[in-house]
Design a protein around this ligand. Sequence first.
Ligand code: ATP
Ligand code: MG
Length: 279
Amino acid sequence: MSMEMKIVVKIGGTLLESSADRQRLVAEIAAQWRSHHQVLVVHGGGKQLTQYLDQAGIASRFVDGLRVTTLEAIDGVLKVFTGSINHQLLAVFHQAEVPAVGLSGIDSGSLVAQKFVGPHGQDWGFVGQITAADPHLWEVLLKERFVPLVASVAVGDDGQIYNINADQAAVACAASLRADSLVFLTDVDGVRDLSGQILPRISVEQIPALLDSGAVSGGMLAKLRAVREAIEHGVGRVCIANGHRPGSLAAALAFTGASIETFMGTIITSAHAPAQRSS
Ligand SMILES: Nc1ncnc2c1ncn2[C@@H]1O[C@H](COP(=O)(O)OP(=O)(O)OP(=O)(O)O)[C@@H](O)[C@H]1O
Ligand SMILES: [Mg+2]
């Protein structure tokens, strides 16, 4: 890849469970950074939070794939997302000789949210919906060759801290930065249709029908909704790939969706603009 790109990588929670996975993913991100790309990383940590809350005797409850977040759960969100997960990753970046900086959406008010209320009046407590993203701090860091590592929490204009779905946080980062590429590294090979086949390429216009088909559930529902927003906000290319497969990040960045013979993944394009090669 010759041109320098702005890349946003979202790392799914199951990819952060083992130290071997963390080291491999950080090495893949480091390789992109060493190729002179600007890289910002977003992470959540739902599974780790569930474990933490279990130990504290707090049960986890989900409505439509989103965690119901009480005030005491918010404290857990901060401890787990912005605390242990973020800093475990920072330490691995240091080991890989990459200057990563641990942040959350609260730093410099970069991710502002308000309470999210579902279309049917569903209440998730302190789960937020991002209303504004200010990329200034990230841009300053990226320009100076730091790698911002953003935990998915946001702040309200009233000072309330909100838990944010990490896919939505990644989209807000990518859209506000006008990123060339947004890669979701997750624990499956891409988006499956009703017959269970991985779809190598879907256009954003196909997403509503895909959701209606009933093929998509759980976390992938939230991810596809977020993807749709990313494309609509002008993110150049969006790819969903399996972070458990070695080399997935570089492959996802080069993937055109033409064939899944060499790479499994789903690229999401706008029907108006065919997916471009990123090289
Ligand atoms: N049609 C589908 N194609 C692919 N995966 C699907 C589909 N429908 C549901 N899923 C589920 O979505 C999951 C991915 O979303 P999930 O939220 O669990 O991961 P993530 O977003 O990468 O991680 P995290 O939420 O911790 O950040 C898959 O593991 C799979 O079980
Ligand atoms: Mg998810």
